[in-house]
Design a protein around this ligand. Structure first.
Ligand code: 5GP
Length: 180
């Protein structure tokens, strides 16, 4: 049996994640009713959340992706945000729902929302799976939240450390000694 994830302590189980996503999907479905929406997943961390969430939303929708990077290989944000991949279609006049993995300092979300507003969408809401309230540097809009997490570096379910651990089915804390 492989022990590649022995250094990860479970914080949120696969079962808890899926139950919460079902609830979020139901709420979003009711909120938008007959309004078509565009889900914008923030790459790369949100790819699994996006895949599971979109299948729990029973509305007419399309999916697009925005690639942003601020971390490099470190566990603290550099504060310098880079666009690594832009949207493929215009969002003017559309109802946009941003799908993010985690809001930490809030700087990435602040940057992203300012960027999206210049494209004149009809509405913009934010759905994030995780939030670390204790690390917030700027107030950011969050309309739908999965879970709050403590001030620890989390991996799994799309979130990485140096590119790894995205394929874990659960969200866990990487033990301190593994953060080199
Ligand atoms: P913020 O700009 O809010 O500080 O950070 C947002 C981005 O930083 C997230 O989209 C995510 O990619 C990354 N991030 C923040 N905290 C964590 C964490 O605990 N684990 C991982 N893997 N990424 C994080």
């Amino acid at each position: 049996m492989s022990n590649w994830a022995d250094n990860v302590e479970t914080l949120i189980s696969q079962k808890e994640i899926h139950a919460r996503i079902e609830q979020l999907g139901r709420t979003i479905t009711l909120d938008y009713k007959d309004d078509e929406l565009v889900l914008i997943g923030v790459l790369k961390g949100s790819f699994l959340f996006m895949a599971d969430l979109c299948r729990q939303i029973d509305n007419k929708l399309s999916c697009d992706f925005f690639g942003l990077s601020s971390y490099g290989d470190k566990t603290k944000t550099s504060g310098v945000i880079r666009i690594t991949s832009d949207l493929k279609r215009p969002i003017e006049g559309k109802n946009v729902l941003v799908v993010e993995d985690i809001v930490d300092t809030g700087l990435t979300m602040q940057y992203l929302l300012a960027n999206l507003q210049t494209r004149k969408p009809k509405s913009v809401k934010v759905c994030t799976l995780l939030e670390k309230p204790s690390r917030k540097l700027v107030e950011t809009q969050i309309d739908y939240l999965g879970f709050e997490v403590p001030d620890v570096f989390v991996v799994g379910y799309g979130l990485d450390y140096k590119g790894r651990y995205r394929n874990l089915e659960y969200i866990g804390q990487l033990k301190e000694e593994s953060l080199a």
